[in-house]
Design a protein around this ligand. Structure first.
Ligand code: G6P
Length: 467
């Protein structure tokens, strides 16, 4: 069987038990662990020469390298996280563009392809992840790498009108045609991509569903990333009995808890969530002193300006909510800028009555799926979920909210906390069926099956050739 080579900007921590940042690292790590393979990417260090180091742990071989300061600034901090990330999350207002950073982004992609080339065997399958590496296949093709290469986008793919705000959009997005298969989280993302290919790249859709554009014939598909529900349930079970101090009165009586876990990012809707929680306590005073919201928000990309701004704003809003409503024996909002170990997190999910996952825009949001999977089937909590998270496409049995509607979210919090056991169970079972139908194995297996089936990249001689 051919080897799997995964390429992503962020590589999960090599040591078992260390905390991974974001859904990509968690998902890819679990997917690779089963079949083994190579994981290639940045080691997280800045100011280093880009020399590859190789380390094996279990059946995964990690090949990582550092980035020089200019590479980090232009490729990661600049074009990836100050241009692409906000635009893909519909925040054109927060995006900035510099041609120098774009060139740096292209340069680092080319450098990464060069570093990978000597490690490859002809029948290796390459699976590239996320927005940092859009032109990676094009860089590989230029080096004569003819292997099957697939790309999976973990974040939303915006509509053509929004995407064209990226100044070099054509130059960049035409490189997606160099992949054999381009995968998305949801059907809306795939449709937006197809629309872009047809309208901006003069692409054509074939009767077999394939796309032809820029002289290439390739495929696009939907592969929602999932979790392993039974593993999560076992992890949450093993935490039983160790309920944290949060969520108790001074006498040790349990309070109801709502929980949210997000990287500290403006796309996650944290400000709106805090304000909605304040409105909830105002409109439903009977819940005061009886509930607590735990917000775990590890800081992220702290040297990007927009991230410093959102952090400040959140500190103000959190201080405002607690300052207004807290008492000597009750803190309504616990706001923690730290990561927690996975078992602790699943244990917290198990004990929380409500999981609040209300991003303004999110590719999938694995926290929503993890919260559901961690529940006790005999007494499950309720998921309140933003309609703008990819997960809402599968978890229709959650209480679906619009994160821009603070009062609507406040009403959903009240409804979730009052929901009768029978209804909670019905919704939970419905969502568990969805989680099992599209788990993490299905995500990996379906993507790799399609990549193997449709692979060997086809160059079309006439650009608008018959399809
Ligand atoms: C999101 C992105 C990932 C990224 C992760 C953590 O989940 O889709 O590509 O790795 O955030 O962000 P960071 O910038 O720390 O890698």
């Amino acid at each position: 069987m051919s080897r799997l080579v995964v390429i992503s900007n962020r590589v999960a921590p090599i040591r078992e038990g260390k905390i991974a940042a974001g859904g990509l690292a968690v998902g890819v790590y679990d997917a690779l662990r089963q079949n083994g393979g190579i994981w290639f990417g940045w080691n997280g260090e800045v100011g280093q020469k880009p020399e590859t180091a190789c380390e094996s742990a279990g059946n995964i071989t990690y090949v990582t390298l550092g980035l020089s300061k200019p590479d980090y600034n232009e490729y990661y901090r600049g074009f990836s996280n100050a241009t692409l990330w906000p635009i893909f999350h519909y925040r054109i207002d927060l995006a900035r563009y510099s041609r120098e950073e774009y060139l740096g982004y292209r340069r680092v992609n080319a450098m990464l392809a060069e570093k990978l080339k000597p490690l490859l065997r002809p029948d290796d399958i390459l699976w590239v992840h996320d927005y940092h590496l859009i032109p990676f296949a094009a860089a590989c093709r230029q080096l004569g790498i003819g292997n099957r290469i697939g790309f999976f986008l973990h974040i939303p793919f915006p509509t053509t009108e929004v995407l064209t705000a990226v100044p070099p959009h054509r130059d960049l997005f035409q490189t997606l045609c160099d992949y054999d298969l381009v995968g998305f989280q949801t059907e809306s993302d795939r449709m937006a991509f197809q629309d872009y290919v047809c309208r901006e790249l003069d692409g054509l859709i074939g009767t077999d569903g394939s796309l032809t554009a820029c002289g290439r014939n390739f495929r696009a598909g939907v592969y929602p990333i999932g979790v392993m529900p039974d593993d999560i349930r076992r992890l949450a079970d093993s935490y039983r009995g160790r309920r944290p101090m949060i969520g108790r009165t001074a006498e040790g009586k349990l309070r109801k808890t709502l929980i949210s876990v997000d990287r500290l990012d403006y796309s996650k809707g944290l400000v709106e969530r805090f304000l909605a929680y304040e409105q909830f306590l105002e409109h439903y005073p009977e819940h005061r002193r009886n509930v607590e919201l735990i917000q775990i928000a590890p800081t992220s990309r702290t040297d990007v300006k927009t991230y410093r701004a959102i952090r400040k704003q959140l500190e103000t809003v959190a201080g405002h909510v607690n300052g207004r409503l807290a008492d000597l024996d009750w803190m309504p909002l616990h706001y923690l800028n730290k990561s927690l170990e996975r078992r602790t997190l699943m244990g917290l999910f198990r004990t929380a009555n409500v999981g609040l996952v209300t991003p303004l825009r999110d590719g999938m949001n694995l926290v929503a799926k993890e919260y559901v999977a961690a529940q006790n089937p005999a007494d499950p909590g309720v998921l309140v979920l933003s309609r703008f998270a990819g997960a809402a496409h599968e978890l229709g049995a959650a209480l679906i909210v619009n994160p821009y509607d603070c009062l609507g979210m406040a009403e959903a919090m009240d409804r979730a906390l009052r929901m009768p056991l029978e209804e909670r169970k019905e919704r939970y079972e419905d969502m568990m069926r969805a989680l099992r139908a599209a788990d993490l194995n299905a995500w990996r297996d379906n993507f790799l099956r399609d990549l193997r089936t449709f692979g060997r990249h086809r160059v079309v001689t006439a650009s608008r050739a018959a399809v």
